[in-house]
Design a protein around this ligand. Sequence first.
Ligand SMILES: *Cc1c(COP(=O)(O)O)cnc(C)c1O
Length: 429
Amino acid sequence: MRERSRDLFERSLALIPGGVNSPVRAFASVGGTPVFFREGRGARLTDVDGHEYIDYVGSWGPLILGHAHPEVVAAVTAAAQKGLSFGAPTELELEMAELLTRALPSLEQVRLVSSGTEAVMSALRLARGFTGRSLLVKFEGCYHGHSDFLLVKAGSGALTFGHPTSAGVPPELAAQTLVLPYNDPAAVVEVFARHPDQIAGIVLEPIAGNMNFVRPSMEFLRTLREQCTKHGALLVFDEVMTGFRVGAGSAQGLFGITPDLTTLGKVIGGGMPVGAFGGRRDVMAKLAPLGPVYQAGTLSGNPVAVSAGLATLKRVLEPGFFDKLGRATKSLVEGLVREAKAAGIPFSGDSEGAMFGLFFRASPPASFAEVMQSDREAFNRFFHAMLDRGVYLAPSAYEAGFVSSAHGPADFEATFAAARQAFAAPRSS
Ligand SMILES: *Cc1c(COP(=O)(O)O)cnc(C)c1O
């Protein structure tokens, strides 16, 4: 059915490890051959065999205006014609800093980088440099990019030091990161009691989107804020995914919790490589060239990438943008739950702004352990049945989904019709 995709993948396997430049693209979780795309326009993708798909991946989050939005393309084109990169300050970077600090009051200062990984890595080095402490705390199921000290999982037993989840990460380094269960306020209190004056910071996804979609409880967030303040640790919201995706004020605005540092990526680049980290002025003042914490980037803040981000954010920050998109996303999730219910399949869903989760279990999960209880085989069958009917979902049961402002009622109706057939498809198909 997708002959050319299969052929390109075969050839890629010989030259690119696993045939892909980022592992989740390989369809390892759902099985089968990845789809090679040739074009994206609005809510739709076209593959190299000429099939069309309604896209709920959006390049894993950045494309909140849909593919090839005319204003974004125009901004990028205009910037490119004036020079791709100077390695010197430009007015566009100032404009981006003004826009970000205005939208997120917790950002007193901000620095641009070129990826989410870089943003989180830099923010946590800064947290360590500012506090003079080494230990970091993260939560099970949260992803913060692929830097060494974040590729860790909990050891056996609660509150033990982290173990590497990747070869090549020294155990000594992983042991500097403590891994706690998400949504467990008591574990947060306990970790500070066990390691007084040693924890530099706590990093979390303020809505988790890398273990499907998991909401934080308000008690969890309040406990994090109180405990970090009490113990002199920095609270770092990794909003690389949620930033300008769940609302104009991002997750911190939604929940009314002020982090010390925030990391951004995805939407702020509108499909181009832009990341950012920022927060308290006294903390940011520790960064080079002002302070002793080193951080740099040859292409950081380059005009082409920043132009794409600015054009995107200008639309996203228009009044009413998220009211409309949030309602649309909710209606998508409700429609899919309705179709599953009609087919007698245990299924639930949740959404915030333009980010959603679909779960093959009766109710939305609150932790990594609960996410793991969902029916992965059922998801994998559903994924392929939807793909064959022209709907492109993330190729893993453990990823959030995304809607763009280019998605309309016709896209949703077509998605529901595909889901009706997919849910009814026999198990063996
Ligand atoms: C995507 C993501 C990252 C990593 O960003 P890259 O641009 O892929 O390096 C970090 N944190 C979160 C929460 C993310 O969703």
